[in-house]
Design a binder for this molecule. Structure first.
Ligand code: ASP
Length: 407
């Protein structure tokens, strides 16, 4: 019998988890099944900080010249920004068509306490760590990225004498990839352990009143991926979209169940390098950055939820208000950390920008986990599509000839 691929095994874990979750009492699921999922989460979280630091230093240092690094960085950021802004528009369109809040009278989730989003200047300043070691201790991803980029650029500028430093980080990154490989063997069980308690908690009836919001977010996420990523990969990346989706499937599934782009990062890097043949130079630059700043699924969600809240409260949003949602929604998605539930906190920023009631956040809080799964899956997929596009533009892709698109 043919050996099942890792993606297939993870998918089986996910489907079994949904079925078992429907019939398992919440208490049992939380006490006995959730720990298997938590173990998986802890294992991949353990890898993140050293991996991001090492791979980004190596990525930045191995580009070899600062000008090329600037070019790759420019392309990456342009792709991330454009696709995120487009994603908010997709979300707005979905909510305009499906009208998820029309005629709804939803009880506010009293357990959710709204939190103010921090001002933008503070968010920007906070990117530079006062103490890089502190940044690592607190796993502040943006700060680690900033420091790693400085290290990488400085290694390039110093030249030969910095080779031992570069070799050290190179070795560290390799060791982290190896640990990722070991941890991934456990992924199917981990995914099962994560999904059972979610389904046990959100049985089908809890979801019913907000079914249209869920539909709008899932459909928006699906369309964004199907249209934007497939065309980007095919036309700009010259790669067969099917090969692409097959290659990144394990990362997409792990993202779906863990709800964390940062947590998925080790798997994402592994898939992009091993299955898509993208050079380490590009992947170790685009992916850690993307896991922290590029969140297209979160952007779709911003669009849907802002309009949903307006509809629930019977408020009409003008065209310019919807444009503001696109701008602020894009920024909010960039500001959202790659951890579970971050999008919900940043939603306050979008709602505030167009004077929508903040209680709206509490409306979606109850089903946020379900929405988080779809948006994180798209967040991670977006990062990988950027890798393909940038790598193709730099002629830095080595895949088997049959997976190339034949014109
Ligand atoms: N959980 C998402 C992620 O890690 C962020 C969000 O909550 O939107 O990508």
């Amino acid at each position: 019998m043919k050996k099942l691929s890792l993606a297939t095994k993870i998918l089986i874990g996910l489907i079994l988890g949904v079925i078992v979750g429907l019939f398992t009492p919440l208490d049992f699921a939380t006490t006995f099944i959730k720990p298997f999922g938590d173990l998986f989460l802890r294992l991949i979280k353990m890898i993140i900080v050293p991996l991001v630091l090492a791979s980004l230093v190596v990525g930045a240092a191995s580009v070899g010249d600062v000008k090329k690094l600037g070019r790759i960085g420019g392309k990456t950021m342009a792709y991330y920004l454009l696709t995120s802004a487009f994603a908010v528009v997709v979300g707005l369109v979905m909510a305009n068509i499906l009208q998820p809040g029309a005629g709804l009278d939803i009880p506010v989730d009293a357990t959710y306490e709204g939190r103010e989003a921090p001002p933008i200047a503070a968010v920007l300043l906070d990117i530079i760590p006062e103490n890089p070691v502190g940044a690592m201790v607190n796993a502040s991803m943006l700060q680690i990225i900033a420091f790693a980029l400085f290290l990488g650029i400085a290694i390039t500028l110093v030249g030969e004498r910095a080779n031992p430093v570069k070799d050290f980080f190179d070795g560290l990154a390799e060791v982290m990839y190896k640990i990722t490989g070991i941890v991934m063997a456990y992924a199917p069980i981990g995914v099962f352990g994560l999904i059972v308690p979610v389904v046990a908690k959100h049985g089908l009836d809890v979801l019913a009143p907000l079914a249209m919001v869920i539909l709008a977010v899932y459909l928006g996420c699906f369309l964004h991926a199907a249209v934007v990523y497939s065309s980007a990969v095919k036309f700009l990346g010259k790669m067969n979209p099917l090969t692409y989706y097959k290659g990144i499937a394990p990362a997409a599934l792990v993202a779906f169940t863990t709800c964390s782009s940062s947590g998925t990062l080790p798997v994402t890097i592994k898939c992009v390098e091993e299955n898509l043949g993208i050079s380490k130079e590009i992947s170790s630059f685009c992916l850690p950055l993307g896991a922290t700043v590029n969140m297209d699924g979160t952007a779709v969600y911003m669009g849907v939820c802002a309009l949903f809240v307006a509809q629930v409260y019977g408020l009409d949003l003008s065209f310019s208000q919807q444009l503001t949602i696109v701008l602020v929604g894009t920024l909010a998605s960039i500001g959202a950390a790659g951890v579970p539930g971050a999008g919900l906190i940043m939603l306050t920023m979008t709602l505030t920008a167009v004077n929508l009631p903040l209680e709206g956040v509490a409306l979606v809080a109850g089903i946020d986990r379900i929405l988080d799964m779809a948006r994180t899956c798209v967040n991670v997929t977006g990062d990988t599509s950027c890798c393909v596009v940038v790598a193709a533009s730099e002629n830095d892709i080595s895949i088997s000839p049959e997976s190339k698109v034949t014109a």
